[in-house]
Design a protein around this ligand. Structure first.
Ligand SMILES: *[C@@H]1O[C@H](CO)[C@@H](O)[C@H](O)[C@H]1NC(C)=O
Length: 322
């Protein structure tokens, strides 16, 4: 029944207004299913994903927690948080399941994170980061170090603020996924394209931003999520709910960190020639929406991000394992 709630578009950039079929939706879900690694006895801890979240400061401790715990609950084996000294004890106290490094405001933050990079499959940069100059400077160094090691990076929230100031940080890095909301998207587009955004053509606008960034994958979150890798445009509007509690974006970025690594590991033969990051993004958007939908069924107006986290397992099962 899920397909009736879902409407995805998978088509060439230059035929944006063609109609699309149920078959396309089924196919897109099948591609997500293809990248999910089977659980077997042959694996050791860490093989299904070691994810690092870069963010968490004095004001914001919830966002990096939500991203990190979502990564674990979607199936990562280890989830690290690199945050400021003050934020660390707070984030640790939320959960014994996370590995928390109080390094982000230290003078040798880049080195401290770099030490871990060989052991990480993907980084999620931005949840709860804030905009303090010294932190952003450290994050810049962390991004450079990650690119040098070809580690996939998902960039959200104030990580996107940094990219809007310095687009060259990510330009041409095709292992990056940006997840702007409406406001962040406009800021980024205006910084990169130096043109006002044509809000009557969301798909075209997302495609153009992706291309201008050298085909970096862009996920514009909204009533529909619009995803592009500079070639294709894909839309996800699986039914969520009208409840928009803060923190949903953190779930999406945590899911993406894991799915990006699964998709890259599975490779283009499993994604039928489509960009693995595009498939990962579609999977993460669908899952976020399904969690929201299921949580809303139970909690209505009281739905919070923690209620959505409790739905990760059944939502994942419903979408991808049946
Ligand atoms: C981005 O993708 C488009 C469409 O496939 C292609 O024409 C263009 O050359 C690509 N740009 C880069 C920088 O790879």
């Amino acid at each position: 029944g899920i397909l009736f709630f879902c409407f995805s578009v998978l088509k060439r950039a230059f035929s944006l207004h063609k109609s699309h079929s149920i078959k396309d939706m089924e196919n897109t879900f099948q591609l997500v299913k293809n990248i999910i690694p089977p659980l077997t006895t042959k694996k050791h801890k860490g093989q299904d994903g070691r994810i690092g979240i870069v963010g968490g400061c004095q004001e914001y401790t919830g966002a990096p927690y939500f991203a990190a715990i979502s990564a674990l609950k979607v199936g990562a084996d280890l989830s690290h948080v690199f945050c400021t000294r003050e934020a660390a004890p707070v984030i640790k106290s939320y959960s014994p399941e996370l590995i928390v490094h109080p390094v982000l405001d230290s003078p040798n933050a880049v080195h401290e994170v770099e030490k871990w990079l060989p052991r990480l499959h993907a980084l999620v940069v931005g949840p709860g980061l804030g905009r303090e100059d010294a932190l952003l400077e450290n994050v810049k160094g962390i991004l450079e170090a990650s690119k040098a090691r070809a580690i996939p990076v998902v960039i959200d929230a104030d990580g996107l603020w940094l990219i809007a100031q310095q687009p060259t940080l990510i330009q041409g890095y095709q292992k990056a996924v940006l997840t702007p909301n409406h406001v962040e998207f406009i800021r980024l587009s205006e910084a990169v394209l130096r043109d006002p955004v044509d809000s009557s053509d969301r798909r075209g606008a997302v495609l153009r931003l992706s291309q201008a960034l050298g085909n970096v994958t862009v996920v514009q979150k909204g009533e529909q999520d619009v995803i592009s890798d500079g070639e294709q445009v894909l839309e996800c509007n699986l039914q969520g709910s009208n409840r928009r509690c803060g923190g949903q974006g953190d779930l999406l970025s945590g899911f993406l960190g894991v799915l990006v690594q699964w998709a890259l590991h599975a490779g283009p033969e499993k994604t039928n020639g489509f960009s693995p990051l595009l498939v990962a993004a579609f999977g993460a958007c669908s899952l976020t929406r399904q969690c929201n939908h299921q949580a809303f069924q139970k909690h209505g107006r009281s739905t919070t991000t923690s209620d959505m986290i409790a739905e990760i397992r059944p939502a994942f099962n419903r979408l991808f394992e049946t």
